[in-house]
Design a binder for this molecule. Structure first.
Ligand code: GLU
Length: 464
């Protein structure tokens, strides 16, 4: 267990759909704040809604957190903890803060309509509190099971929100919330506060859609004799159209972004930095990103999340990725090119997997591209190749000599070489690729005999 002074934060999704980048924002803010201060990051699955919760979504959430690099220190499921919520409900009943109500949905609807018609806010009128024992007995005899509402104290509840600053909510403006349904199942509120207390959560960072819940939750926590955690409510992310992200509709799911080959570090950086006063920037590690988290810099307005900006950030993340970070992934792709290879190609990658293409350009068979009129020039280029060993200087020496013998310069000089050596018009610096290819391969490609050199597996290089 962590020592009592270290922070405890939690991410509390319901396993009712795939996590999207907006959920990732919440998860990351909590995980990175915990990580930065040696605290604990808890994954709490809010799965009391048995009709909509699914084990496959719970598994997908765990996989998404792993992919983001923030596996939880502890995972709990609310469906395992129902007894705790039952005990808390009994304590609230004993304290007179949880009272039975017998209205049906239709009756409540009608009440709200009448209130609106009279220009009143649709706040529950507490009629159930005024029922006499005989009336209650009548309901019981009819077989009506009560649902249970928390008796708000009608106080001004204040907290200093980590994002929004000082907040005040007068709970007299709110309906007493239903905590327990007539079938005995719990709505989100009570399990959430019971767990926050039981797990020693010190700070709750969540979306601003929960701001009004907070006053109610603070009242319940205090009614249970506990101290509320600190709260921070971040802005929500939207689609570029401004439409809110929906887990149910599968908007910008982490699974889809992963399958699209985007860098998890870029997704993390975008999810955390968008809608703050900081620009989107590539980071080298989650620790670097954690150092950039500042709740007070999060904007109050919803933030549009642009998938194209994410794609660009993902590429920029690769362009600055160290060889140490890339190495295990290169090896997993069967690329043993070392740091020289990585540093040569990373600046040309949009997706990590494209490294495999450039590795085959360096070491595989190649169908070069050449114009007929370049044959003699390329033969001259082959003849001008310096002897090995080759290094980063080889290319410069070779080109200087070639310029002199061919009289060519600029594009007429470089493009035929690049096409013959790589099959492409663009790509990594030839100076860096040359030593990786080696003299025999370079000479063969210039003489258009690379196919012979690589006769063993002459498959064409698949396009990235
Ligand atoms: N299950 C809630 C949600 O996903 C958790 C809210 C909270 O963090 O308290 O919105």
């Amino acid at each position: 267990m962590p020592d009592a002074s270290s922070p405890v934060l939690r991410f509390a999704p319901s396993p009712t759909g795939l996590l999207h980048v907006g959920n990732a924002r919440t998860a990351l803010l909590n995980a990175l704040l915990a990580r930065r201060s040696g605290g604990t990051f808890i994954l709490r699955l809010d799965d009391t809604d048995t009709a909509r919760s699914r084990p496959e979504f719970a598994a997908a959430i765990a996989a998404d957190l792993d992919w983001l690099g923030i596996p939880p220190d502890l995972s709990v499921r609310q469906s395992d903890r129902l007894a705790l919520y039952g005990e808390a409900a009994e304590r609230l009943k004993a304290a007179g803060r949880l009272y039975p109500c017998f209205e049906t949905e239709e009756e409540l609807d009608l009440k709200r309509k009448l209130q609106r018609a009279r220009g009143l806010p649709p706040v529950y009128d507490r009629a159930a509190l005024r029922l006499d024992p005989a009336a209650r007995a009548r309901f019981a005899a009819e077989g009506r099971a009560p649902h249970w509402r928390f008796l708000l104290a009608h106080l001004e509840v204040a907290w200093d929100d980590g994002v929004r600053g000082p907040q005040r909510v007068d709970t007299a403006s709110l309906s007493d919330p239903v905590l327990v349904r007539a079938d005995g199942s719990f709505l989100y509120t009570l399990p959430s506060v019971v767990d926050d207390v039981a797990l020693g959560v010190t700070q709750v960072v969540r979306g601003e859609d929960h701001v009004t819940n907070t006053a109610v939750q603070i009242e319940i926590i205090e009614a249970l004799g506990a101290r509320p955690p600190r709260f921070a409510h971040h802005n929500l992310l939207t689609l570029p159209s401004g439409e809110g992200l929906s887990k149910r509709l599968g908007h910008l799911s982490l699974k889809a972004l992963r399958e699209d080959g985007l860098e998890s570090l870029a997704v993390a950086a975008a999810a955390v930095l968008v809608g703050t006063s900081r620009p989107l920037q590539p980071v080298a590690s989650l620790d670097e990103l954690a150092a950039l988290v500042d709740l007070s810099e999060i904007s109050r307005a919803p933030a549009r999340f642009d998938p194209q900006e994410l794609t660009a950030l993902s590429a920029r993340t690769l362009h600055v990725m160290s060889y140490a970070a890339a190495r295990p992934r290169l090896l997993a792709l069967g690329i043993a090119g070392g740091a020289d290879f990585w540093l040569a190609v990373r600046g040309n990658l949009a997706r990590f997997e494209e490294a495999a293409f450039w590795w085959r350009v360096c070491r595989g068979p190649l169908a070069g591209v050449r114009a007929a009129e370049d044959g003699a020039f390329l033969a001259a280029a082959a003849a001008a190749l310096p002897p090995e060993p080759w290094d980063g200087e080889t290319y410069g020496a070779w080109i200087a000599g070639l310029k002199a013998v061919s009289g060519r310069g600029g594009k007429a000089l470089f493009l035929p070489l690049r096409r013959a050596l790589t099959g492409e018009d663009k790509g990594p610096e030839l100076a860096a690729l040359l030593p990786l290819m080696g003299r025999a391969r370079v000479a063969a490609r210039l003489r258009a005999s690379d196919g012979d050199l690589q006769a063993a597996d002459g498959a064409a290089i698949p396009r990235p």
